[in-house]
Unconditional design. Structure first.
Length: 243
């Protein structure tokens, strides 16, 4: 009992075009032909075709199949390489599932880098967006330090700054800056990178500065930006006096 090309393809769960392609590149031997000129495939062709399909389904490139079948050193390296790729893919998919679960549990976590999702409920929206922007240039070590700094309980003066309205009067801004400056100084002592983000950046200086400036302007209002400028001036004055 012999089969036609289409029957062989159907038995192997593939297509007529694929069978012809395997013939063309030499992976599948041509069968004998009947008196009428039609190809006559036997079970040996079916087994060969199924073997090829199995290797293809495992990710083996057609050009690598002869080496894998030879069971030599090259074939083993090919299979180990595929195994490593699959392991990395599985790890990536598991990480994606964890992140999706976190987002389903708390939509606010979508506004934060993955490692910061536990802080989603603790941080105001502006700070979450700022962190996400900073993750585009800060090194993993700097982001880890930033996470540690933000994990500490928020102070009253920090909460006041986050809720400061855009029309806050000048005296409120000045007093808030005076109260905020010592806290900013302590944060810089505990996390020196906060005083020089460029030194902890994975990007060029100009790019880093552009992200910082645009993020601050976008996510903080006029009064908050004024307080930050005043805090910077106070810290600079202290540094100058210390010299």
């Amino acid at each position: 009992m012999a089969w036609s090309t289409s029957q062989l393809a159907e038995l192997a769960g593939t297509t007529l075009k694929t069978v012809r392609h395997y013939h063309k590149i030499g992976l599948l031997d041509e069968p004998e032909r009947a008196a009428n000129g039609y190809k006559r495939y036997g079970v040996n062709h079916l087994v060969r075709l199924l073997r090829i399909r199995r290797l293809v389904d495992l990710g083996v490139h057609l050009s690598d199949i002869p080496s894998v079948e030879a069971a030599d050193e090259t074939g083993e390296l090919i299979l180990r390489g595929l195994d490593a790729e699959l392991a990395a893919s599985i790890e990536r998919q598991q990480r994606m599932r964890r992140e999706l679960a976190a987002i389903l549990d708390n939509r606010a976590s979508i506004d934060l880098p993955a490692d910061f999702r536990a802080l989603a409920d603790e941080l105001p929206e502006a700070q979450r967006s700022l962190l996400l922007a900073y993750s585009s240039f800060l090194t993993p070590a700097a982001m880890s330090a930033l996470k540690e700094q933000l994990s500490a309980p928020r102070s009253d003066v920090g909460a006041q700054f986050e809720s400061l309205p855009a029309d806050a009067p000048e005296d409120v801004r000045r007093q808030l800056a005076v109260r905020l400056a010592p806290e900013a100084r302590n944060q810089q002592k505990d996390h020196p990178f906060l005083g020089d983000l460029e030194a902890s950046s994975r990007r060029k200086g100009a790019i880093t500065q552009s992200v910082v400036v645009q993020a601050l302007v976008e996510f903080y209002n006029e009064a908050q930006l004024d307080v930050l400028r005043r805090v910077h001036e106070l810290l600079s004055q202290d540094d100058a006096a210390g010299e």
